[in-house]
Ligand binder design. Structure first.
Ligand SMILES: Nc1ncnc2c1ncn2[C@@H]1O[C@H](COP(=O)(O)OP(=O)(O)OP(=O)(O)O)[C@@H](O)[C@H]1O
Length: 337
């Protein structure tokens, strides 16, 4: 649906050239929710703004739904943009207009007749759960409600793609969840492809099918979100994953443990497999669970457990081998002492 090919964005500033995006290529498939994560200054905003030519790339190619956006005249680009909705961290609602008029404005700009506008606005407000706020002004709404209005406005002209520029960064965790739920619903019900940028791995965990990690203007790692969580390759990706799957054990606890400490990863269906109890029945070892949790990456479980194995060294070694065969991902955190 979206193809970004060798895109760079260089800003000319008083103090010289600043590279925002550095030779990025990626493909967002139709119907995907694609998350781009990175710290501040990584180039996420520059990249997402290049996707609808809000920012004109210095070089490279942007294709949306088969159309090469950089080859279009201004008029054709304006038309093409109607199929690319966008929402922002700061909402950008017109403060002097009611909720109804904020949404209606997008339809008016697209030449939709007044009679059809009313019906469509009410349909959109119903979709985002704000039918009762049509005559309110933005100042009378909470942050989450304002973002719902901007989502309704972005969807007004039935876009195929929705770009979300840090759409939940200004919201508290529970409002963030409700907005993510709404985005998921929009993706599932209307098949709208969503690209979002964020600095929160929690957002990726909740809704993204695919994820890319950005640093210094480049994509350093990308793939299905589940694989990125289960098997991050780059140091920065690991740091982001740690914000969700952090397993630092207290030093005192590690000192007190005499056995072999293992970290076990249970993926997908294995999360409910009785691997540990099978192991305990097969080998003369005992196990202390020191830490553990199951996270759901979108809907797929990813379990991580830290366990101390105690017993005869030979039995412990065999038990570890058995776990490795069943689980594939077993890491020794501390050897027996
Ligand atoms: N309009 C601009 N003029 C000059 N430099 C810019 C401009 N916009 C972005 N930059 C620079 O490009 C780089 C990437 O910025 P960008 O805003 O894209 O990153 P980001 O990952 O979105 O960060 P943040 O989350 O803080 O917005 C930074 O060094 C930034 O200073």
């Amino acid at each position: 649906m979206i193809k970004v090919e060798n895109v760079s964005k260089v800003y000319n500033t008083k103090s010289g050239k600043v590279v925002g995006v550095d030779d990025v290529s990626l493909e967002v498939l139709k119907g995907d929710i694609y998350g781009i994560v990175g710290y501040s200054g990584a180039g996420k905003s520059s990249l997402i703004r290049c996707m609808n030519i809000l920012e004109r790339p210095t070089s490279g190619k942007i294709e949306v739904d088969g159309v090469d956006l950089l080859q279009l005249s201004s008029k054709k680009l304006r038309e093409a943009r109607q199929s690319i909705g966008m929402i922002f961290q700061g909402f950008y609602l017109a403060s002097a207009k009611t909720v109804f008029d904020n949404v209606a404005f997008a339809l008016k700009a697209a030449g939709v007749a007044t009679t059809q506008r009313k019906e469509r606005v009410m349909e959109l407000l119903d979709l985002v759960g704000l039918s009762d706020k049509a005559s309110h002004y933005p100042a009378q709404l909470s942050g989450g409600q304002k973002q719902r209005v901007s989502i309704a406005r972005a969807l007004a002209n039935n876009p195929k793609v929705l770009l979300c520029d840090e759409a939940t960064s200004a919201l508290d965790p529970s409002t963030t969840k409700s907005i993510l739920k709404l985005l998921k619903k929009i993706n599932q019900e209307f098949g709208i492809t969503i690209v979002l940028i964020t600095h929160e791995m929690e957002v990726v965990k909740e809704i993204c099918d695919t994820c890319a990690v950005m640093q210094d203007g480049r994509i350093i790692e990308q793939g299905p979100s589940y694989d990125i969580f289960a098997n991050p390759k780059e140091e920065l990706t690991k740091q982001f994953i740690d914000t969700i799957l952090n397993f630092d054990l207290p030093a005192k606890l590690l000192e007190a443990c005499k056995g072999t400490i293992l970290q076990l990863q249970f993926r997908g269906d294995l999360a409910s497999d009785p691997v540990v109890s099978d192991m305990l029945q097969k080998f003369k070892v005992s196990a202390n669970i020191l830490h553990g949790k199951v996270e759901y990456i979108k809907e797929t479980p990813l379990g991580i457990f830290i366990m101390e194995l105690l017993g005869d060294p030979q039995e412990v070694a065999e038990a570890k081998l058995y776990l490795e065969e069943r689980l594939k991902q077993v890491e020794v955190i501390q050897h027996a002492r």
